[in-house]
Design a protein around this ligand. Structure first.
Ligand code: PEP
Ligand code: MN
Length: 338
């Protein structure tokens, strides 16, 4: 249910509504918009709709929410959420580019990459220190040492750090270093992990699970929002289909579909979405054309020697070309990459 406040409603009216909602054992999320304030009520709708809320002072109307996700819904907040994490701004007119290696491998590797991608216009630096690998025998990441190297790269370049957290017990540690906590595709439905990152005030990049519907993605985001963290970025990174010409199938219709239903910004990962470096630039440009609010792209000084995902990783020259093409597409749509 959404309680829409009158434009002339006072702070007292709002406080009264909030305490009435709480007294019914429901959770109020107050969303202050540019035009009006609304209270999204989370809990059993039947309790709330029969509660006479519309008669309270300052209440303009009470509407049931049709979508199963509530705080993420456009019905609750019509203007887009802009996520700001250090130098990285994603949403609104701004397109943010996050670039960097799949995994942090060494001091030289991450610093060299950070300097190069910053110079080419990225505002976020990606790099996994904790890696969720399909095989237990593959490189699992540098862990806290990797986080320290990312922090060093941020100190030198000013880039915002985007790095994955794979377990609830690691959230406090990773959040000490990260500007954006990445929830990987394999963990999209790890609800304890979603709640744990939801309790921080660090922005979250939530990747779509390879077998999750977009509605399930929105409900996963809802876990983070409901725990109190409003800084959520959704990420389309491709799904599993019968196709074999790409590593995953990258469905870009999800971008406008999500924009119609949620105020949260949407980023696309054309690296995991294709699995092949030579397809990344085209799909990055197509993502911007489809309305993506940002990109997350794997870049490495020497992709053929990368510890993970080398085949889908761009070198600096290819990344420069990608940025050039994406800036032109963004410009044509009256958006800018900053
Ligand atoms: C990654 O970003 O390197 C990664 C593991 O991505 P995903 O969770 O989308 O597979
Ligand atoms: Mn990767």
């Amino acid at each position: 249910m959404i309680i829409v406040m009158q434009s002339k409603a006072s702070q007292n009216d709002l406080a009264h509504v909030v305490s009435r909602v709480e007294s019914m054992g429901l959770r109020p999320h107050v969303i202050v918009g540019t035009e009006r304030t609304v209270v999204a009520v989370v809990g059993d709708e039947r309790e709330a709709t029969s509660s006479g809320m519309e008669t309270l002072p300052g209440v303009a109307s009470v509407l049931p929410i049709l979508a199963p996700y509530k705080v993420a819904s456009r019905e609750v907040q019509s203007e887009p959420t802009v996520v700001r994490a250090g130098s990285l701004v994603i949403g609104g007119k701004n397109i943010g580019v996050i670039a960097g290696p799949c995994s942090v491998e060494s001091r030289e590797q991450i610093l060299e990459t950070a300097r190069a991608v910053k110079q080419l216009g990225a505002t976020g630096l990606r790099g996994g220190a904790y890696k969720p690998r399909t095989s237990p025998y593959s490189f699992q990441g540098m862990k806290e040492k990797g986080l320290e190297l990312l922090a060093e790269a941020r100190a030198e370049t000013g880039l915002a750090i985007v790095t994955e957290v794979v377990a609830p017990e690691d959230v406090t540690l990773v959040a000490r270093y990260a500007d954006v906590l990445q929830i990987g595709a394999r963990n999209m439905q790890n609800y304890r992990l979603l709640e744990a990152v939801g309790k921080t005030q660090v922005a979250v990049l939530l990747k779509r699970g390879p077998a999750a519907t977009v509605e399930e993605l929105l409900l996963a985001a809802e876990y983070i929002l409901d725990a109190g963290n409003r800084q959520v970025i959704l990420c389309e990174r491709g799904i599993r289909t019968f196709e074999t010409h790409t590593r995953f199938t990258l469905p870009l219709a999800t971008v406008p579909w999500l924009h119609a239903r949620t105020h949260l910004p949407v980023v696309v990962d054309p690296s995991h979405g294709t699995g092949h470096a030579n397809l990344v630039e085209s799909m990055a440009a197509a993502s911007i054309a489809a309305g993506a609010d940002g990109l997350i792209v794997e870049v490495h000084p020497d992709p053929k020697c990368a510890a993970s995902d080398g085949g889908q990783t761009l070198d600096f020259v290819a990344f420069e070309k990608l940025m050039l093409v994406c800036r032109r597409v963004a410009g044509a749509l009256d958006r800018s990459i900053t």
